[in-house]
Ligand binder design. Structure first.
Ligand code: WT7
Length: 651
């Protein structure tokens, strides 16, 4: 189906009547944000409480060699005070966090804003006692338990910069991030229960810390109480210390431009880079998008199913919702445990109003059959959200009909780790939706579609090309940790004076946006971003591997799967056992999320005479779509291609 024929769902009268922003308000506010960004964002800056009010709004330059991004730069605030303290008077006894554990047999917890305050202060005091001060880095390697949120907010409270490492990452990946950020402390837990299994987080941290500076301390939350090894000089028992820790701790005044967190994410080249987000602009943007995109109203129960290890968890489980005084649900488990009705049981149990998940989860649950959803009472749901990758219309329709009962607007939110918050999405009471379209830019966002090779802006509709953003917004990343040159190179060098997103995009005849996926060597596996270069370097680190090339291919559930072409060292014999060995190798080097789906033995790779691997050809073969390979005449040895086609894995 072409986009021109896409079905259009106008906003319902109910959604429109209730919404913070209706169609007229969107038009008015969007044009104000374009014609007077300074005035627009000055006003929005009032969403947060400032310890010292800002007078400057924006100071931005996208010129290569001189890139700077500053918002509210002379203001001072504390993120933890904004997410907790300022709510205490009005909603101290309201639930801030509903915690739903992995097993439905374990009791859920309801943590009020007062309790959140006390627990965050305890954690902050413990970190201070460990010598953590303003500007220091703290790694958080945790299950989805309330202590993960306390840890984030505690860092923010004392001005430490946190860097969360997803609990699915390996000890090696953890060590790289501890060292890359020069962290003083790693906060972890004994085990991470998920889907009835428990990842040994403390044991992983032990392995990682062998490769880190001896001064790094390890603070351990007892989640299961299971046995763990202990190093008295290095390890501290959070659960024991918290009992005696003080429940107050004055929030540190922070400059708006002080970093709030670093989050490592994959790019098209090299090792993951540390995306740096700010304190003031980030919080304004996370709070604003949370309220408006999800049309959050006081008293609503909001659930984002992401993990705090990803940016979605930062902006839309913790910072955005808590800045707005919301009730945010934190889920430790997985969608299919104990069975495929779990998400929907949790929605019923906690009367969830806004539900935000990823297309890969929707596809997986759709595949299990609608009975699992029909067993649950989903009448509390009002808004549905999706994020992480383009959603295929089948999954969108299922989400709309089976989960939303045809009454819940779907917000297909396009954004990135780098953007801090939503850049494009339909708004529930303002915009029509089309299955698979991210539709409209958020306030202050000026998307441009460029012709990929010339970089010319395409101003007519329909348009197709690469997606750039013409100007800054407060939630934009500020730099790459320790490498501003890489920041400029990655995002500002391909297309002059624009922020380059790495995504391709179409703008249809109505002017609505559709994200078509990455145009670089980044792939998206179950909504997790993966650099093909990272998987390649993990593979070649194995002593039987001479060379490797990795590409993505379409996968029914994961969106994209990981397809590896591997050339073995001379004398090594291919075998299924070696395939398993390599798969496990990548899992230990990076983590289970990087597990190769297919490994094809490649006696040779298609290279140009200058030695460049022709990835375009490898992508086609991996897709089982090799009818039109394009021009291969520049290949040093074109017969390599026939061999790869003959032995392709994906048929
Ligand atoms: C990449 C960013 C932002 C939170 C989760 C992923 C893809 C994200 C959508 C969407 C189509 C999407 C893009 C983007 N993506 N959301 N709604 N429609 N594509 O963050 O790991 O930084 O990945 O995810 O390709 O560039 P991330």
């Amino acid at each position: 189906m072409s986009h021109a024929e896409a079905k259009i769902y106008p906003p319902s009268a109910d959604a429109e009547a209730k919404a913070h922003v209706d169609a007229a308000a969107y038009e008015r506010m969007y044009s104000a944000s374009m014609s007077d960004p300074e005035g627009f964002w000055r006003e929005q800056g009032k969403r947060v409480d400032w310890m010292k009010p800002f007078t400057q709004v924006r100071d931005v330059d996208f010129t290569l060699g001189n890139v700077k991004i500053n918002w509210y730069a002379d203001g001072e605030l504390n993120v933890s005070a904004n997410c907790i303290d300022r709510h205490l008077e009005k909603r101290g006894d309201q639930t801030a966090i509903i915690w739903e554990p992995d097993s439905p047999d374990e009791a859920a917890k309801h943590i009020t804003y007062k309790e959140l305050h006390a627990e965050t202060c305890r954690m902050a005091n413990i970190l201070r006692d460990l010598g953590v001060t303003k500007g220091d880095r703290v790694i958080i390697y945790m299950p989805m338990i309330p202590e993960a949120a306390y840890a984030m907010l505690a860092c923010a409270r004392i001005g430490a910069i946190h860097s969360i490492v997803f609990a699915g990452f390996s000890p090696d990946a953890l060590a790289a991030r501890v060292n890359g950020s020069e962290a003083k402390v790693v906060i972890t837990a004994d085990f991470a229960p998920r889907g009835g299994k428990a990842t040994p987080l403390k044991a992983n941290a032990d392995k990682a810390l062998k490769n880190c500076d001896a001064s790094v301390k390890c603070l351990v939350v007892r989640r299961t109480g299971g046995d763990v090894a202990w190093d008295d000089a290095r390890d501290r028992d959070y659960t024991a210390l918290a009992k005696n820790a003080a429940t107050t701790c004055a929030p540190e005044p922070m400059n708006a431009e002080d970093p709030l967190f670093i989050l490592y994410t994959s790019g098209s080249t090299g090792l993951p880079k540390g995306v740096v987000h700010s304190t003031g602009g980030y919080l304004v943007y996370a709070a604003m998008t949370h309220e408006i995109t999800f049309d959050y109203h006081d008293g609503d129960i909001y659930w984002c199913t992401a993990d705090v290890g990803w940016v979605t968890g930062h902006s839309y489980i913790v910072y955005g919702p808590l800045a707005n005084g919301a009730t945010t649900l934190m889920f430790e488990g997985v969608p299919t445990y104990p069975d495929a009705s779990r998400f929907w049981q949790v929605c019923e149990k906690h009367k969830v109003n806004q539900f935000y998940t990823a297309p890969t989860a929707i596809r997986a649950l759709m595949g299990q059959g609608r009975e699992f959803a029909e067993k649950a009472d989903l009448s509390s749901l009002r808004i549905l959200g999706t994020v992480g990758e383009p959603i295929n219309p089948e999954a969108w329709n299922w989400y709309n009909e089976v989960i939303g009962g045809g009454r819940c607007p779907i917000v297909d939110t396009w954004w990135q780790t780098e953007t801090g918050g939503h850049l494009m999405t339909p708004l529930p009471g303002a915009h029509a939706t089309k299955p698979g379209a991210a539709m409209k830019p958020f306030f202050g966002i000026k998307p441009v579609v460029l012709e990929p090779t010339t970089g010319e802006e395409i101003t007519t509709n329909p348009a197709e090309g690469v997606l750039c953003i013409a100007d800054s917004w407060p939630g934009q990343m500020r730099t790459v940790w320790g490498d501003h040159a890489r920041f400029e190179q990655t995002y500002f060098s391909d297309y002059k004076d624009y922020y380059f997103t790495g995504d391709g995009c179409k703008r249809d005849a109505d002017g609505d946006y559709w994200i078509t996926g990455r145009v670089d060597d980044v792939i998206n596996v179950s909504g997790h971003r993966m650099g093909t270069a990272e998987v390649e370097s993990a593979l070649v680190a194995h002593d039987k591997v001479a060379e490797a090339a990795v590409v993505g291919y379409s996968h029914d559930i994961k969106g994209q799967g990981i397809y590896c072409y591997v050339t073995l060292m001379n004398g090594e014999e291919p075998s299924d056992a070696l395939r398993t060995e390599l798969r496990n190798w990548v899992r230990t080097e990076i983590g289970p999320i990087a597990s190769p789906d297919m490994i094809q033995w490649a006696p040779g790779l298609p290279k140009t005479r200058s030695g460049k691997i022709m990835r375009r050809v490898l992508r086609k073969i991996a897709e089982n779509d090799f009818g039109a390979l394009g021009d291969t005449s520049t290949l040093a040895d074109p017969s390599v291609v026939d061999e790869l086609i003959a032995n392709r894995m994906n048929r």
